[in-house]
Design a protein around this ligand. Structure first.
Ligand SMILES: Cc1cc2nc3c(=O)[nH]c(=O)nc-3n(C[C@H](O)[C@H](O)[C@H](O)COP(=O)(O)OP(=O)(O)OC[C@H]3O[C@@H](n4cnc5c(N)ncnc54)[C@H](O)[C@@H]3O)c2cc1C
Length: 599
C-alpha cells in the first residue's frame, strides 16, 4: 500500500545558479552603451558569483539572524558592539572585493587616485559600480547601506587636507571589520548621522551641539553632545555627523575609536526593529562629548552632507531597480514553471499582460538608473561644490534636505560636482530626485504584484518575495522621502530655470512624432508654469511626468521598438492604475524573452 498522502507536483524549482548579468540584456547592453563596457568581464564574474545557490542561502541567513547589540561587557563596561551573522561578512567582503565602496572614484585602470585634491572619476566607473550595485541588491540589499555611505563620503572628504591619512584605507578592497582603532586596520567604512528625533527632513531642527576643543575651525576637534535617531552601520569606523556649532550647522568626522586607543563617546542606545533591511544594523545613538573633526567650512554642514545625498539618492534608485529586477525574474521564473488550468501561467493572456507590464517597469528603471550613473561619470571638476553659487536669492531657501540652505551665498550644488552641460546638470539636479521619488515608489507596487504572481507561495517567509516586499519601502523613505524629493525637483527648476529648459528642450523633439508623448510633454511644460501655493500640489505630477517622459525617450532611442512602443502605450494616455490593465501587446513573447533569458 502507498501511504503517501500526496505527491509534490507543479511546484517551482528555486531560481539559483544563474548569472545575474548575462541573463539581463537591459543591464548588460546599458553598461556597454553608457561607457562601462571595459568592466564587462568583471561584471560577468560578479553576476555568476551572486547567482550561486550558496549566495541566495547566505542572504537568507544574514536576514533571518538579525544583528544584535551588546552594550556592556560582563564587567559593566560599555562596549557598544554589534554582532552580525557571518553571512553578513560574506556579502560585505564581496562588495569590497568588487570595489563598490570606492571604485566610482578610481581611475580608469581601477587603481586608487592620487589621494589628494578631488579624486578622479573613473571612465565608466560610476556605470560599472551601478551595475554591480544593481546585481548585489537583488540578492542581499542590506549590505548596500554601508557601501553607499562609504562611497558617498569620499567626494566630501577628499577636499580635506588630511584626506591622505585615510585614503589608502578607503580605497582598500580588503574588508576589515575588526572593532579597533583605525591605525591597525587595512580598510574602513563611513556612515552618516543627520536624522534626530524631532526631524529628519527639516535638518534645521537638529539640536546636537558642537563646541570647539581649541581654536575651532576646519580640521579642528570639537566635542559633540546630542543624539541621532537613525544611525545606520553604527560600527563604521567613522560617521559624518551634522551638529550645531557657533557658526551654524557644520559637518563633523566622528571616528568610532580615537587615536589614543579609547573608544569615542558614542553610545549605541538600541538597534531599530525594522520592517525590512534586516541584515543591516541601524541604531539610535547619543554623543556624550564625542570628539569630531570639522569637515568643510564651518556653518556649511548641511551643504557638505547634501553632497553625499546626491550620490546616495542615485543608490536608492539603483537599489529599487535591483529589487524590481529580482521580483520580476522570480515572477517570470514562476510563471514559466507553474501550470493552472492545464496551461503554464506564462502562456495565459491575462498573466502575460501583467508580466509584460512588470518587465517594462523594470527595464525602464534600469535604463534610467544607468543613464543617471553615466551623468556622474561625465561631470567632473575640481571646483566641486562651488559651481553654481550666487545664482539664487537668499529668500528662496527652504529648510529641507536638498536645499543647501546654509550656503553663505544661498545656493549649493547637492552633487558637489562641476557639471559639463546644462543637460547633464539637469540630470543630476532635477532628474535624480525625481527618479528617487518615482522609481522607489514603483518598486513597492512591483514587489506586491510579483508576489501575487507566485500566489500563496509568494506570501510565505521561506519564499523569495517576502524579503523583497519588506525591503522596497526603505528606499523611498531614507535619503529624503518622496515629498521631499518632489520639493527638491521644484526648487532646482525654480533656481536654475536654464536646467529645466535644457531638460524640456531635450525631451520635446523626441516626443513630436508620437501623439501621446507630444501631449504629455506639452502638459508637463504647462504644469511647470504653475505658480504660488498650487505649485507644490503639482510637484508629484511634475516629478512623475519628467521620469516617465525620460524613460520613454531612453527606451525609444536604445531598445527594441516592441519594448519602447509597449511602454508608451501603457504609461501615457489611458495608463492603468495597476499593472496589467492595458492589455497584452502583440509582442508579449518578444518582450518577455528579452526580460529574462538564462539560456
Ligand atoms: C532603515 C533606516 C535607516 C536610516 N539610516 C539613517 C542614517 O544612517 N543616518 C541618518 O541621518 N538618517 C537615517 N535614516 C533616517 C531617514 O533619512 C529619515 O527617516 C528620512 O529622511 C525622513 O525623516 P523623518 O523620519 O524625520 O520624517 P519627517 O521629516 O518627519 O517626514 C515625514 C513625512 O513628511 C514628509 N514631508 C516633510 N517635509 C514636507 C513638506 N515640506 N511638504 C510635504 N511633505 C513633507 C516627508 O516626505 C515624509 O513623508 C534612516 C531611516 C531608515 C528608515
Amino acid at each position: 500500500m502507498n501511504w503517501a498522502t500526496h505527491e509534490v507536483t507543479n511546484q517551482v524549482p528555486d531560481l539559483v545558479d544563474y548569472n545575474l548579468y548575462d541573463s539581463d540584456q537591459a543591464l548588460r547592453q546599458g553598461v556597454a552603451r553608457e561607457g562601462g563596457g571595459a568592466h564587462d568581464a568583471s561584471l560577468l564574474a560578479y553576476g555568476a558569483k551572486l547567482g550561486e545557490a550558496a549566495s541566495f542561502a547566505l542572504a537568507c541567513d544574514a536576514n533571518n539572524d538579525k544583528p544584535q547589540l551588546e552594550q556592556f561587557d560582563r564587567r559593566g563596561c560599555r562596549v557598544d558592539r554589534v554582532h552580525f551573522h557571518p553571512a553578513w561578512g560574506h556579502f560585505m567582503r564581496q562588495a569590497f572585493r568588487q570595489g563598490m565602496h570606492c571604485s566610482a572614484w578610481e581611475d580608469n585602470q581601477m587603481r586608487p587616485s592620487s589621494f589628494s585634491g578631488v579624486a578622479d572619476f573613473a571612465a565608466g566607473g560610476q556605470v560599472a559600480r551601478a551595475a554591480a550595485y544593481l546585481m548585489h541588491g537583488q540578492v542581499e540589499a542590506g549590505s548596500l547601506c554601508p557601501i553607499t555611505m562609504t562611497s558617498a563620503a569620499i567626494p566630501v572628504l577628499c577636499n580635506e587636507p588630511w584626506f591622505d591619512t585615510i585614503a589608502p584605507r578607503l580605497f582598500s578592497r580588503d574588508y576589515d571589520d575588526r572593532d579597533m582603532p583605525l591605525a591597525g586596520k587595512t580598510s574602513m567604512m563611513i556612515g552618516m548621522g543627520m536624522t534626530e528625533k524631532q526631524g529628519g527632513s527639516d535638518l534645521r531642527s537638529n539640536t546636537t551641539q558642537a563646541r570647539p576643543e581649541g581654536a575651532g575651525g576646519r580640521g579642528q576637534p570639537y566635542g559633540l553632545v546630542g543624539h541621532k535617531w537613525f544611525f545606520s552601520s553604527p560600527t563604521s569606523d567613522a560617521h559624518l555627523v551634522l551638529a550645531r556649532a557657533e557658526e551654524g550647522f557644520s559637518c563633523f568626522y566622528v571616528p568610532r575609536w580615537l587615536d589614543d586607543g579609547h573608544r569615542n563617546a558614542i553610545c549605541l542606545q538600541r538597534l531599530k526593529n525594522k520592517l525590512g533591511n534586516a541584515s543591516n544594523a541601524s541604531a539610535e545613538v547619543e554623543f556624550q562629548n564625542a570628539t569630531g573633526w570639522l569637515v568643510g567650512e564651518p556653518g556649511r554642514g548641511i551643504a557638505t552632507l547634501v553632497e553625499m545625498a546626491s550620490f546616495t539618492r542615485l543608490d536608492c534608485v539603483l537599489g529599487s531597480a535591483a529589487l524590481q529586477r529580482q521580483a520580476l525574474v522570480q515572477a517570470l521564473h514562476h510563471a514559466r514553471h507553474r501550470k493552472a488550468f492545464g496551461e503554464l501561467l506564462i502562456n495565459q493572456p491575462l498573466m502575460q499582460s501583467v508580466l509584460v507590464d512588470l518587465a517594462l517597469e523594470s527595464e525602464a528603471a534600469t535604463i534610467l538608473a544607468l543613464r543617471l550613473a553615466r551623468t556622474l561619470d561625465a561631470v567632473r571638476g575640481p571646483s566641486a561644490s562651488r559651481w553654481h553659487e550666487d545664482q539664487a536669492p537668499r529668500h528662496q531657501r527652504s529648510q529641507t534636505i536638498g536645499d543647501g540652505a546654509d550656503s553663505p551665498s544661498g545656493t549649493h550644488n547637492p552633487a558637489g560636482i562641476f557639471a559639463a552641460t546644462p543637460l547633464d546638470q539637469a540630470f543630476v539636479r532635477i532628474l535624480t530626485p525625481a527618479a528617487k521619488f518615482w522609481v522607489c515608489k514603483r518598486g513597492i507596487e512591483m514587489a506586491a504584484e510579483c508576489m501575487e504572481v507566485l500566489g500563496g507561495n509568494g506570501y510565505i517567509e521561506e519564499g523569495p518575495l517576502a524579503r523583497l516586499y519588506r525591503e522596497t519601502p526603505v528606499n523611498s523613505i531614507w535619503e529624503g522621502s518622496g515629498n521631499v524629493m518632489c520639493l527638491d525637483v521644484l526648487r532646482a527648476m525654480e533656481r536654475e530655470p536654464e536646467l529645466a529648459d535644457a531638460l524640456l528642450s531635450w525631451l520635446r523633439p523626441q516626443c513630436l512624432d508620437d501623439a501621446l508623448l507630444r501631449q504629455s510633454v506639452n502638459d508637463l511644460r504647462a504644469l511647470c508654469e504653475t505658480k504660488g501655493a498650487s505649485r507644490q500640489r503639482v510637484a508629484r505630477r511634475i516629478a512623475q511626468d519628467l521620469v516617465l517622459l525620460t524613460q520613454a525617450a531612453l527606451l525609444r532611442a536604445h531598445v527594441p521598438q516592441a519594448v519602447a512602443d509597449a511602454f508608451v502605450s501603457t504609461r501615457f494616455g489611458r495608463a492603468g492604475r495597476v499593472f496589467g490593465v492595458i492589455g497584452t501587446p502583440l509582442e508579449a513573447e518578444t518582450i518577455l524573452g528579452r526580460a529574462f533569458n538564462t539560456l
